[in-house]
Design a protein around this ligand. Structure first.
Ligand code: NAD
Length: 496
């Protein structure tokens, strides 16, 4: 069985002819021979199989990464040399963007143009962090009391072997957000993609080899969380783990990392608030508000899933968002006219449906949507729920689907209190024409990223990450490189 994507001679076709993963520069089967199915969420049909690794495969990949690191195959190159390779990787991803987007669309279900956008973001990651590779340096310091003076300096060193675990919602982009800064820093990497969507991680692994990343420096081990993710996190030769996924699994990662107290960064769940003041031009904001929750069928960690609207404009805004939702075309990701694809899996479809039914049972009113579409593939209607309150599960828990919960507020203090009344703190937005109110509310919102009159903001230059249970650390921006570095202090006594 082979995945099929557009193009007469697909670049990555051979990668999926048999289930193999990337260990020590070689394409190998899992040691046990186990495989797992990859399902097209638009049809529910199996499109291919990938290797299902386990602890043995993880150990081989980690040891390969450690050897590469100790032999300084990558960390020993100059920053400019690493930059050159990362820039070539960006060029290769860009040159193969159409095929990568087709693969991503097939695997995740997302519309091809959206997948193309995410691949473009992956290119941006490699270009931006290529630029950082030769700008990593420490400081020089003059220290010591008058009678004992030292010349001292700090140097920045790659942390070592970095384990990387990513989810299924934007797989190539999520992998690039880790690989690019880690490689810029000089680390060796073991990447574990989601069992739901492993295809583009393998393709990017092959492009990194082609770009000139030495063997063993990037390894991609496919398989399940408990059998690949958990042993990777627990492995004593891994110096750092960067995890993106749910808060629940993030907590398991924290517990499993204690063996060698490896460094961790965690990009976890969200339940992001959008606060709309009464002075907005409703017709100008509803499409953006709808896009903030429904893009990628709500499967975006920063999705604006809680909407707080001033009472004066509540009905108008909610009806406006619902109208946009009703107008969205939902269908198979490869159809160029489609706005939203399916949810990623049957399990996730059940989960989203259960949340919506639970919300209705708790008293929520369905303004639009609320149901599965058809019985083939995992399609779900974009849904707006009103008459909800802060105690309901649909308001408190991350659904990670196309479900918006709308509540009115009377004054700004109430809106800020409700927006902050969550265990998460990933993103938020405030919508108003009043500049002072916008910045003062932005300051009060507990979130790693706040948009003003925009929710889906971003760019590789801007750090992203969470307050509270949305995670530890930051991706993107200079902060991301720091996550893969250690600081060493060296001092010399000057008086001898
Ligand atoms: P998940 O937590 O179920 O899985 C994420 C990854 O962890 C997968 O690769 C999975 O195989 C692996 N995993 C599972 N159990 C593991 C274990 N015990 N040890 C190690 N690894 C394990 O999340 P998901 O369903 O794949 O993705 C959706 C979640 O990801 C949502 O909560 C979403 O908010 C979050 N997310 C966060 C960000 C961010 O930047 N903060 C971005 C995208 C997605």
């Amino acid at each position: 069985m082979t995945v099929t994507v557009a193009g007469a001679a697909p670049k990555f076709g051979a990668l999926f002819e048999s289930p193999r993963m990337l260990v020590d520069g070689q394409w190998v089967e899992s040691v046990s021979g186990a495989v797992s199915d990859v399902v097209d969420p638009g049809t529910g049909e199996v499109i291919t199989q990938v290797a299902a690794g386990d602890e043995t495969d993880v150990d081989a990949a980690v040891r390969a990464a450690l050897r590469a690191f100790e032999e300084q195959r990558w960390s020993g190159l100059s920053g400019q040399q690493r930059a050159g390779v990362l820039w070539r990787a960006a060029d290769l991803i860009e040159a193969n963007a159409d095929e990568l987007a087709a693969l991503e669309s097939l695997d995740v279900g997302m519309p091809v143009p959206l997948a193309r956008g995410f691949i473009g973001e992956a290119v941006n990651q490699f270009r931006y962090f290529a630029g950082w590779a030769d700008k990593i340096h420490g400081r020089s310091l003059e220290i010591g009391p008058a009678d004992r003076r030292f010349h001292a300096y700090t140097s920045k060193e790659p942390i070592g072997v970095a384990g990387m675990i990513v989810p299924w919602n934007a797989p190539a982009y999520a992998a690039s957000m880790k690989l690019a800064p880690a490689l810029a820093a000089g680390c060796s990497c073991v990447l574990k993609p989601s069992e739901e969507t492993p295809l583009t991680a393998l393709a990017i692994g092959s492009l990194l080899l082609e770009a000139g990343v030495p063997e063993g420096v990037v390894n991609v081990v496919t398989g399940f969380g408990p059998t690949v993710g958990a042993p990777l996190v627990a492995h004593d030769c891994v110096h750092k783990v960067s995890f993106t996924g749910s808060t629940q699994v993030g907590k398991e990662v924290v517990r499993a990392a204690t063996g060698n107290l490896k460094k961790l960064s965690l990009e976890l769940g969200g339940k992001s608030a959008m606060v709309v003041l009464p002075d907005v031009e409703v017709s100008q904001v509803v499409a953006e508000l709808a896009g903030a929750i429904f893009m990628n069928t709500g499967q975006i960690c920063t999705a604006g899933s809680r909407l707080y609207v001033h009472r004066e404009v509540f009905d108008e805004v909610v009806e406006g968002v619902a109208e946009v939702a009703r107008s969205l075309k939902i269908g198979y990701g490869a159809d160029p006219s489609v706005d939203l694809g399916p949810l990623v899996s049957a399990r996730h479809l059940d989960r989203v449906g259960e949340y919506v039914r639970g919300g209705i049972a708790d008293g929520a009113r369905v303004v639009c949507g609320g149901s599965r579409i058809g019985d083939r593939g995992y399609f779900f209607e974009p849904t707006v729920l009103a008459d909800v309150d802060q105690s309901m599960r649909v308001v408190r828990e991350e659904i990670f689907g196309p479900v918006l919960c709308a509540q009115p507020f009377t004054d700004v203090d109430e809106a800020v209190a409700k927006a902050n009344d969550t265990e998460f703190g990933l993103a938020a937005s405030v919508w108003t024409r009043d500049v002072a109110s916008a910045h003062s509310i932005a300051r009060r919102l507990r979130a790693g990223r706040v948009g003003i009159n925009v929710h889906r903001a971003g760019g590789v230059q801007m750090p992203v990450g969470g307050y509270d249970q949305s995670g530890w650390g930051r991706e993107c921006g200079p902060e991301a490189v720091e996550e893969y570095l250690e600081t060493k202090s060296v001092l010399t006594l000057l008086d001898r």
